[in-house]
Design a protein around this ligand. Structure first.
Ligand SMILES: [Zn+2]
Ligand SMILES: [Zn+2]
Length: 347
């Protein structure tokens, strides 16, 4: 079969590799759609810790396909069924796994990260993933490219579950990349009263508007602090989500938050510069709640699938472009372009 194989930094190749088969307890998925994520771009540039030097692996962890082979002892699924594959697997029996946070398991595995992923014609799903409920059926009237976005959307959902957006809340989303756009859509669906987006790039700010943002602010040309004060009559934002890997975004969130505000540090910072100036008194005197979330659990993926398949949140306009597997290099190029939202490879 054809697959996109990582050989080293900026060196991915479309190659012929052996088609996987299903051992007992496993299944093989014929991939329909697999979207490119920021994580894949980090992998591509050789910056992912799970892809150390010498790694040869197929990336791709946002995957939808049809079940093409079922190993012995796998029950409850049918050949040809369309499914989304939640990528993260835990050991299944540690404290975090038992709580449902398999993304936080110390011995975690992830499709496309620690094992071969979905930028290929076929994907082998290990027994552990099937046992943990990672196979999520998708109804056939949902565009598979949109269903592939369940993974990043589940991460967004996890972030917002941590800050519990209430109807009427003022929500500030910092950054309007694909993740910021999903945050806008979800905050709206949760009943946020005012969704404000801070984004310096015009086309991205426009995308945020189209996604339902009530106000967009250019933090370079405008004073974010005074704009937020004006919009909230001096109160500040009830919820702030930083969806940009920018130090100043995290630092300013403490000032921009209302008393009792909740903050989610959604986007991580560069590995070699993870520290920020932290106004501890702002947290103390305003009783702020600061949360961090990373990736998504399988439970988050199931919740995300219900929101998307039942039309509560429409992600269809996030799919910017589709490429065949032979065009994978072009697809990675397109994913670098900040004007595109999500790029999908469709083998
Ligand atoms: Zn992802
Ligand atoms: Zn575990």
């Amino acid at each position: 079969m054809k697959a996109v194989v990582y050989h080293g930094p900026e060196d991915i190749r479309v190659e012929e590799v052996p088609k996987p088969t299903a051992e007992p307890g496993e299944m093989v998925i014929k991939v329909i759609s697999a979207s490119i994520c920021g994580t894949d771009m980090r992998i591509y540039h050789g910056q992912h810790r799970m892809y150390p030097e010498g790694t040869r692996r197929i990336p791709g962890h946002e995957v939808v396909g049809t079940i093409s082979e079922l190993g012995a002892d796998v029950q409850g699924y049918t050949i040809g069924q369309v499914v989304f594959v939640a990528p993260n697997m835990g050991c299944g029996h540690c404290d975090q796994c038992v709580k449902g946070n398999n993304n936080l398991c110390k011995n975690y595995d992830a499709i496309g990260v620690t094992i071969d992923g979905g930028f290929a014609e076929y994907l082998r799903v290990p027994e552990n993933a099937i046992r943990q409920g990672n196979i999520i059926p998708i109804s056939e009237d949902v565009d598979p490219a949109v269903a592939a976005l369940l993974e990043p959307f589940a991460c967004v959902l996890r972030g917002q579950n941590a800050v519990n957006i209430l109807p009427g809340d003022v929500v500030l989303v910092i950054g309007a990349g694909p993740i910021g756009i999903m945050h806008v859509k979800l905050a709206k669906a949760r009943g946020a009263g005012l969704v404000i987006v801070s984004e310096p790039l015009d086309f991205r700010a426009n995308q945020a508007k189209n996604a339902g943002a009530d106000v967009t602010i250019n933090p370079i040309e405008q004073n974010l602090q005074s704009e937020i004060e004006q919009l909230t009559v001096g109160k500040g934002a009830d919820v702030i989500i930083t969806a940009a890997p920018v130090h100043s975004a995290q630092e300013s969130a403490l000032q921009l938050a209302a008393i009792g505000g909740r903050i989610n540090f959604f986007g991580g910072l560069p590995k070699d510069r993870p520290t920020i100036q932290f106004d501890s008194n702002a947290v103390h005197y305003k009783e702020l709640v600061i949360t961090g979330t990373t990736a998504c659990s399988t439970a988050d993926c199931w919740q995300a699938s219900r929101l998307v398949t039942q039309g509560v949140v429409d992600l269809s306009d996030l799919v910017s472009k589709r490429f065949t597997i032979d065009q994978a290099l072009e697809a990675f190029e397109a994913a670098q372009n900040r004007e595109s939202l999500k790029i999908v490879i469709e083998p």
